[in-house]
Design a protein around this ligand. Sequence first.
Ligand SMILES: Cc1ncc(COP(=O)(O)O)c(C=O)c1O
Length: 400
Amino acid sequence: MLSSPWRADFPALAVLETQGQTYLDSAATSQKPQALIDAFTGYYTCGTANVHRAQHQPAERATRAFEDARIKVARWLNAACPTEIVFTRGATEALNLLAYGLEHRVTPGDEIVVSALEHHANLLPWQQLAKRRDARLVVLPLDANGLIDLQAAQELIGPRTRLLAVSQLSNVLGAWQPLAELLPLARAQGALSVVDGAQGVVHGRHDMQALDCDFYVLSSHKLYGPEGVGALYGRGESLLQLKHWQFGGEMVRVADYQSADFHAAPLGFEAGTPPIGGVIGLGATLDYLSRLDAAAVTGHEQALHMKLLAGLAVRDGVRLLGAPQIALASFTVEGIHHGDLAHLLTEQGIAVRSGTHCAQPLLKTLGVEGATRVSLGLYNDGLDLERFFSALDQALEMLR
Ligand SMILES: Cc1ncc(COP(=O)(O)O)c(C=O)c1O
């Protein structure tokens, strides 16, 4: 029956159930574990204080908890050192930080390489950087399975390449990208590499020292943590390449009216009051996730995913986008508009995503106007999928 042993850890699912809602939109954002809610309650009821500023006891407590969370993120990613983790307000902000922080490395005529499947968050900051610096944005094509075409990458990543920015796992196609082959191509040209881990970080553990990228970004809210928090991992020597981008309190070492001297990473890139409760909440979420049997979680996710793909495969007119490997499936149905389908699924309490999934150029490349996406979290179970398929059949019957 594919039940999830972790479902009860996420109290919102029981509430959604009473509302007749089946949540299948975790790639957009996840539900939260009780462990996070408890951490929030603990932090906000014990007295809040700003971090890295005052000497008083509440400030010391908040700073300690904040820095503990940095250690937890570093451990989760197997970073060499906690100072390689910069807290941001999400993956989008981390990518914008990089696009500004690395701007000085890009000169007119240089190339910034992305792939055809990027989320707008990992496309537009680079597109705009290319415009600001009169550089060229090079787009790596995909193969028939929705993977970045390695042969084309070998030809397109060249001596003018300054940066390579690619997703680890596409939010539309659900396929693991061949980073082990791609990243060395950038390194061989002396280019820096950026991996958008917003989706990939949710599924399995990823070792930054083995991955060998320069930068990796994630959003807490997709990883069962709170919104408004993200993290940028940067290899020690790669972080030294970044120019400061936001200015204000706490990122400065010495300030005068006409000049200032700034901290190095991570503090130098955390201007202003950070989302303290959120960061502490992310730490608590990682504690919770660390207690789970990782192999069992992956096994459950894979079994659910196979059931999802099998159910879609037997339905007439359903066309899958790419060849998803985990967690999600995006599809179109011949002769049916994705908006109409979404409307009927919504009416039946099925929470899935419909549209262009913040990846308009990709959908255009695939020749589709929009698609329906079902995405799974570790708390989903076989019953969720049965409800989805039953609603899908009813919707298709009405629309045909
Ligand atoms: C692949 C990918 N990258 C980046 C983002 C941006 O994440 P956020 O909106 O949390 O900053 C998303 C969010 O959907 C995503 O799926």
